[in-house]
Design a protein around this ligand. Structure first.
Ligand code: SF4
Ligand code: SF4
Length: 201
């Protein structure tokens, strides 16, 4: 309700994705640092974006750029028509889930790009895996993936799932799309999915 009233007052309907982003952390870091990074995200003075948890302790400088993702495989064109996501929490701190849920809010309104939540893997195009590797959830992810129709994608969201982050071991699967950050911002999540679907150049 508050968002709705604020929106009317400020005449803001949804986030304009072409606006200059004002998010400092997480964003692409640049420069050099020999800081003893707690997650090993600095190797030979260079930044390893997959491992960074944006603790702000090193000398690397934020650029405010939100394009922190890897698209590792060709994404089938059929997903341009509609794209259904099924999230699985393998062992998160809760923040990745919060940012992921935010993209479906009126403020970000990802439904306008024909991207939706599915309430079963049987109707999903992509599994979105968040959190570190946990032995018991490994089987759950496997079962969910097996239940999905072809073609299907695996998306890793957050440093924990992609690299193990600060907490531990990374998810044992190979991801088609890796969305980076700890947690990734809604801008990064939306940018990554739109780019993978070929909606933006
Ligand atoms: S911000 Fe923190 S986690 Fe990221 S590279 Fe610097 S020290 Fe490592
Ligand atoms: S990547 Fe960061 S925000 Fe996401 S679950 Fe791991 S610790 Fe939490």
């Amino acid at each position: 309700m508050m968002w709705f009233l604020k929106g009317i007052k400020k005449r803001i309907k949804t986030e304009n994705l072409n606006d200059k982003y004002k998010i400092k952390y997480p964003s692409v870091l640049e420069g050099k640092s020999d800081y003893n990074c707690p997650t090993g995200a600095i190797e030979n003075n260079k930044w390893v974006k997959e491992k960074c948890i944006f603790c702000e302790k090193c000398d690397l400088k934020p650029t405010y750029k939100q394009d922190m993702y890897n698209i590792n495989n060709n994404i089938p064109d059929i997903f341009k028509k509609s794209f259904y996501l099924y999230p699985i929490d393998s062992g998160t701190c809760g923040a990745c889930n919060t940012e992921f849920n935010t993209i479906f809010s009126p403020q970000y309104d990802i439904n306008r790009f024909k991207i939706f939540l599915s309430n079963t893997p049987r109707h999903a195009d992509a599994l979105v895996i968040m959190g570190v590797y946990t032995e018991n959830m490994d089987k759950v992810i496997e079962n969910a993936y097996d239940a999905m129709p072809e073609p299907k994608l695996l998306i890793g969201l957050g440093a924990c799932s992609v690299s193990g982050g600060i907490i531990g071991e990374k998810i044992s699967k190979k991801f088609d799309i890796e969305i980076l950050g700890c947690p990734p911002s809604p801008y990064t999540i939306i940018n990554a999915i739109l780019k993978a679907r070929g909606n933006v150049k």
